[in-house]
Design a protein around this ligand. Structure first.
Ligand code: MUC
Ligand code: MG
Length: 364
């Protein structure tokens, strides 16, 4: 087994803003694991410095200096052992996730079975939820309407968390007004509000009929956050504060979160499955989220979301790629009637357009 890590950058059609940052380009790393038999497992690695401290440079360094020495010469089917050995390095969760996804991709190709079927094969498509970035309230409502009309999407996650929270309240009420009662609205503050602002904003948004709020305030506000979670009728979900099994366990048993956002781009299939099992066992809500993935990452999220009963009941956040100007896949992912179908091909069904990769790679 050998590893290849290719940095690339694809521009966005327009930026996506959220409380703690903004993305303007998909500056990611394509991870390729080559087996001795010529199979290539592939996955995307996304640097999100504001949430996990990773950069393109740190991802390349982690692959080459920390993880390649563990993986080279090892049997790719030894996933649990590889998982244990990767844990000799703390953090770097998105790189570990990509290694895991690429190993599952290899396994699927070896067996001639899609990852979606290997994981559980519950259903063959997932309904999607679209993320509306922070902007002027009228523009946010316009974007939600366009995605609703063009793609049949009826679930939205609205980015909030501006300290001047009344603008967020206005945006959410406008989106509700523009789309009516048939759509489902969730929120994500990405830690942008203080606990007190979050409590005030959530109370003001109650008339909009919001189904959930993600990360209302910082985990550093230990008691304030607990009071905020206990004080709202809206279910509160953990995302970037609970990227691992142990942080999920703490979020639900100690901090009182009602649900967990599971992202395959930070916990792969193996660790996402453990997180899902924990949430299943505890009767906690789950949603499959998006780390602002390209279509490559979207294939993994869709395979996981559609594979399991608990994840398939709620629309998955898998439309961020619509913001990106182009993609590396030869066969683009399509949103049809508010849903994305799983790929039946072996493994993850990733086929890279090598000309596009040559064009967008940044290491030559
Ligand atoms: C989300 O749900 O928070 C924003 C930053 C990130 O890492 O993921 C996104 C979406
Ligand atoms: Mg989130």
């Amino acid at each position: 087994m050998s590893l290849e890590a290719i940095p690339y950058s694809i521009p966005y059609r327009r930026p996506l803003a959220f409380a703690i940052g903004e993305v303007r380009e998909a500056a990611h790393v394509l991870l390729r694991i080559h087996t001795d038999d010529g199979i290539v497992g592939q996955a995307d690695v996304l640097p999100r410095p504001y949430t996990y401290g990773e950069t393109v440079g740190s991802i390349l360094a982690a692959v080459h200096t920390l993880f390649a020495p563990v993986l080279v010469g090892r049997d790719p089917g030894n996933r649990e052992m590889i998982d244990r050995l990767l844990d000799n390095t703390v953090a770097n969760n998105t790189v570990k996730a990509a290694v895991d996804l690429a190993l599952w991709d290899i396994l699927g190709q070896e067996l001639g079975v899609s990852c979606h079927r290997l994981l559980g094969g519950y259903t063959d498509r997932v309904r999607v939820s679209h993320m509306v970035g922070i902007g002027k309230p009228a523009e946010m409502a316009e974007e939600a309407r366009r995605v609703h009309d063009d793609f049949g999407v009826t679930t939205f996650k609205v980015k909030v968390g501006r300290p001047e929270y009344r603008t967020d309240v206005e945006a959410v009420l406008r989106i509700r007004d523009a789309l009516g009662d048939d759509v489902v609205l969730g929120l994500d503050a990405n830690h942008g509000w203080t606990a007190e602002q979050a409590t005030a904003a959530l109370t003001a948004m109650e008339p909009a009929g919001v189904e959930l709020i993600e990360e209302p305030c910082p985990s550093s506000e230990v008691l304030g956050r607990r009071r905020c979670i206990a004080g709202t009728r809206i279910p509160v979900y953990a995302d970037e504060s609970a990227p691992t099994l142990e942080t999920v366990a703490r979020a639900v048993t100690t901090d009182g979160f009602d649900g967990i956002n599971i992202k395959t781009s930070r916990s792969g299939f193996t660790r996402s499955s453990r997180i899902l099992g924990l949430c299943d066992g505890l009767g906690i809500g789950v949603l499959v989220g998006n780390q602002i993935d390209t279509q490559l990452g979207t294939l993994a999220s869709v395979a996981f979301a559609a594979a399991h009963r608990h994840t398939a009941v709620r629309p998955a956040e898998v439309t961020n790629f619509l913001l990106i100007e182009d993609d590396l896949l030869t066969d683009p992912v399509r949103v049809v009637d508010g849903a994305i179908a799983v790929r039946p091909e072996p493994g993850l069904g990733i086929e890279i357009d090598e000309d596009k990769l040559d064009h967008y790679r940044t290491d030559r």
